[in-house]
Structure formats: C-alpha cells, structure tokens
Design a protein around this ligand. Structure first.
Ligand SMILES: *Cc1c(COP(=O)(O)O)cnc(C)c1O
Length: 547
C-alpha cells in the first residue's frame, strides 16, 4: 500500500514554465474585427482573444519531452528514422496489448544508439505483416499504413480512392456511409464523393440529465444506435453501404465516449453484412480512459491495453493526431493487412490472384498529393514530437486531469443555472444545446447558436465553435438528417494550456450571457450559404431576433 493524505481538491499534475501574455483588447476593437471578418469566427484573429476554445486540434501545449524530441527529428526524404519510430509507436499502443510488451524504439533514437546491428534488427529492418502496420518488404508490397499530416487529409485520401473504386464498379450509383457521428470534415469528404452521411446515435439519451447533474458512471452517450444501424443496412441493402464509420470519442455528438461493448456490436453488425468498420480515431486515448473508468471489467486495464482491444475490432482507421494532446500536427490512415477493407476494395483476377491492391492506390495518392510515404506531409521533427506525444497520451494522470477539467467547466455552467449543458462532459470539450439554451424560442434557420458564439467573442473575447444548425447545415439537409443533428456549440479544452482561471472566466461570462440571452442576435448568411463546409468561409450578419 502506498501512503497518501487525501484532500478534497485535485492534485496538480504539471506546472508551467513557458508563458505567453495576452493583449488587452477592448469591446470596440473586437467589434471592428468582427465586422472586418464578416462575422466568420474562423477568420477572427486569435491575437485579439482572451480565451480561445475554438478547437483542441493542434493547440496542445507540448511537454518538455516533446520539445526535446524535435532535435532528434530526421528530415531525410527516404526512410527517415522517425518513420520507423512512428509506425512502431502505433504498433506498441494499438497492437501490443499494453506497456509490458512495448518495444519503445523511440528510446534507442533519443539515446543516440550507435550499435548498428541493434538498430538494424530493432529499427530499420524489422518485418511485420498481418496487422494495421506492415513493415519492411510487406509494407512495400502491400502498403497499409500511411502517415498523412492531419485527419481530414487521411479522410480525403480514403474517400477519394473508395469513390474511384466504387465508380469503376457501379458508375453513378449513390452510397450511404453511416456513423455514430461524422465529424464535419468527414461529412464534407463523404458528400464530395457523392455519398450520403448518416449519424446513428440516440439523441434522447444525449440530452438526458440526471437529478443534480451527475451520473455515477459515464453512460457512453456516443454509442452507435445498433438497432438503427441494422435497420438502415437492411433497408438500403448492404451492397449500398460500403463502409461503417465509428468516431471515438464522438466529437459531433458532444465528445461522448463509445463503450467497448458497443464497438464489438458495431463490428458484429458490420461484419454480418460484410462491411468494413473504419474508426475515426482522433480521440482514442480519451475513449480508452472512459472505458477504464466506467465500463465493467476494465478498471484494472491500462489505457494502452484498452486501446489495443479497441483497435482489434476495426478494419481500418483515419486519425487526426492533433487531438488528445498528441502533438501540433499529425495524422494517420491504416487498414488491416489482408482484412475486410483490403478484400472489399482490392481487385482480384478470376483465379483469385491480386490485380490491384487498394493500398497501392492509396500510396500513389499519398505520394502525389502529400509526400513520400516516409513522412506524408509531416516534417521529421513533427514526427518525433508526435511519437512521444502518443506515448504520453497513455499516461493515466494526464488523461484524468484533462477529462476532469472538462467536467469542472460543465459543472460550472450547470451550477450557474445555464440551460442546455450536455452532461456528463465529453473528453475534450463541453457542449451546450442551443435549443434548450434559448428555451426553444429560436428557429433552426435563425442560427442563434452562431449568434451566441459571436456574442461571446464580442463581449468577452472568448471563442468557441458552433457545431449545430449553421455548421452542420440544417437548412440544406433532408428531414431524416435534420433529426440527427445536434444543435450545439462546443467549448474545446486543449491539453495543459488552460488554467482554472480561464475556466472560471468562461463560466462567469456564459452565466452573464445566459441571463441576457434575449439580447443575443440571430445571424443570417449573406454569402457562401451553399459552399461545402460553409462555416469555414461564409459571411454572416447579425439581425434583430424579433424579426
Ligand atoms: C479533428 C477531427 C478530424 C479532422 O482532423 P484534422 O487533423 O483537424 O484534419 C476528424 N475527425 C474528428 C473526430 C476530429 O475531431
């Protein structure tokens, strides 16, 4: 037994030793900037903000160990050392079933190992096949893992290749890709390939709040609604559903986790119909943390052990490595060697021999658009920082602190009487349901959630992300899709960057704005209404909410 004096406040887990000062900006100055940037919050200068919670993507404060690792970056064009390190980091965490089996070749590089034989045997010339990350000759022959600089690039490569293959086989046919919740760029990529995205989660459960605002255990509100999935596949016919997506954690559905039980069920249903299951794995570590803390049978397992179990159920994944506090830049696309994705999308001759490997098609796209497979759009130093960051995300204390910061913010809103807070908080952010916040008084076409976001910028210099009616394009959707849309704004909490003071400032601001919510303007789109992913470029304008 270790000895500890227990206190009723959380124990600090890190301290700060680099500081950036914030500018003192007036309301008038922010008003001028809002007008000049046509009320598009993505275009608002970050240098004029007090608290920026637009995204946790790539905004992590890196650790001293990550900063130090930059110096071990190898910028070589062909087979830079970081290539081996990064792929083996993924094998360690996603496949080797826990820390005790880790090889951690990153340490050989960080200690500048000069034993050439050892480096050849353990780093440069390893052969792996059959998993998500081939190595050596099998990666050359059947490429299945692709470093790409960020999640959406991985999605767009995947979606483009899948579309080309489907078009060759069934010209002009429209396909549907269901998910527990597609991210906005994933939806954008699916639509650009002419397919239909569907979000099959349970909205009633999402907005349910227990007495007092606290659940005993996280209820995994990000789960796929298995019944809806099975019904959809049956209705459309499995031949019209080329992929099933699962986002862990479910960012669009308020950053809510997905249980391992649910992952197994999604796998079972998808495989019953011979459909590959693809993870959108931006926040795998948070998801593993929630499983450890809340799912029966996992409390003794580490984040890494749970991660390996989660990934044993997917046929492939796209990943933004800018989340979970991994690093400021990075991404990955991978599929299981000779698995269901490979079988369904490769072309075979009549005698069963391989005609065209889907991995080769992906690699050609990667090389022509992003870079040689050794770096795929990342610099060597970014690759090293990412490898180190991936290991750090398996650290329970770090993840615990991160998730509890989100819960602190959510509870702060709730206790201030703000309506519509989604509880429990997700792993990377807190969400407020705008329909409830405005007492159901604002129509879906009023984009009042965007009005709320912009008013937070104008009054207090706080930027959040509207992920509801405006960004998710309520007005452009079918009634079926409209019913699947959660009209929320997101307060992203990035790794180790915000302090309790930031969160208290945000809580006080939202409380004040809530009490004055009648005065929040509606917004109208004055330019770019039909542009793909319009929230990144449209011009908006406030208009009085009584018109
Ligand atoms: C951020 C994110 C993406 C896109 O990744 P980028 O690295 O920002 O391009 C995809 N899916 C989810 C769930 C995300 O959160």
């Amino acid at each position: 037994m270790t000895k500890e004096y227990s206190l009723d406040v959380p124990k600090p887990r890190h301290f700060t030793f680099a500081v950036r000062d914030l500018a003192d900006v007036t309301v008038e100055q922010r008003e001028r900037a809002l007008k000049a940037t046509h009320y598009n919050e993505f275009a608002f200068p970050s240098g004029l903000l007090t608290v920026d919670m637009l995204s946790d993507s790539g905004t992590t404060a890196m650790t001293n160990t990550q900063w130090a690792s930059l110096f071990y970056g190898d910028e070589a064009y062909g087979r830079n050392t970081g290539y081996y390190v990064l792929l083996d980091t993924f094998r360690d965490i996603f496949e080797r079933k826990g820390e005790k089996n880790w090889k951690k070749i990153v340490d050989l590089v960080r200690t500048d190992c000069r034993d050439v034989e050892k480096m050849m045997d353990e780093v440069y010339l390893c052969e792996y096949e059959g998993g998500l990350f081939n190595a050596g000759a099998s990666q050359m022959e059947r490429p299945n893992s692709f470093i790409i600089q960020q999640g959406r690039a991985a999605e767009s490569v995947l979606m483009e290749i899948v579309r080309n293959i489907l078009n060759e086989r069934h010209p002009g046919k429209v396909f549907t890709i269901p998910s527990n919740g597609h991210f906005d760029t994933t939806e954008g990529n699916i639509k650009q390939m002419g397919s239909i995205p569907r979000n099959l989660y349970n909205k009633e459960i999402l907005y349910e709040i227990p007495e007092g605002g606290k659940y005993e255990k996280n209820p995994f509100k990000g789960n796929m609604d298995i019944e809806k999935l099975e019904k959809l596949i049956e209705k459309l016919g499995p031949e019209n559903v080329p992929l099933v997506f699962t986002t862990i954690t479910n960012n669009t559905v308020c950053g809510q986790p997905v249980s391992l039980g649910n992952i197994k069920e999604i796998n079972r249903v998808a495989h019953k119909y011979n459909i590959p299951l693809i993870f959108d794995a931006a926040r795998w570590a948070e998801n593993a943390y929630f499983i450890k803390m809340n799912e029966e049978g996992y409390s003794d397992k580490s984040i890494a052990e749970i991660t390996s179990e989660m990934f044993s159920y997917c046929d492939g994944f796209c990943m933004s490595a800018k989340k979970d506090g991994h690093a400021n830049m990075g991404g990955m696309l991978a599929f299981r060697d000779k698995g269901l994705f490979w079988k369904n999308f490769s072309d075979f001759n009549e005698d069963g021999s391989l005609k065209m490997d889907v991995g080769v098609r992906i690699k050609v796209k990667q090389i022509s658009s992003y870079g040689n497979d050794s770096y795929g759009g990342m610099s060597g130093r970014d690759i090293m920082a990412l490898s180190v960051g991936l290991y750090e995300s398996c650290n329970f204390n770090y993840m615990d602190e991160r998730v509890k910061q989100c819960e602190y913010l959510a509870q702060g809103f709730y206790k201030s009487g703000v309506k519509g807070v989604v509880l429990p908080a997700g792993g990377h952010a807190v969400y407020i349901n705008m329909d409830e916040f405005f007492d159901g008084k604002r129509s879906h076409e009023s984009f009042a959630g965007q009005g709320f976001s912009l008013e937070l910028i104008r009054r207090y210099g706080i930027r959040v992300a509207e992920l509801g009616d405006f960004s998710m394009e309520y007005d452009l959707k079918t009634p079926e899709q409209q019913a699947e849309l959660a009209n929320v704004v997101r307060f992203a909490v990035d790794r180790s960057r915000l302090t309790k003071e930031h969160l208290d400032y945000v809580i006080a601001a939202v409380k004040q704005l809530y009490e004055d919510r009648e005065s929040i303007p509606n917004m109208r789109i004055v330019w770019g209404k039909n542009l793909p992913m319009r929230h990144f470029h449209a011009f908006l304008e406030p208009y009085p909410n009584n018109k």
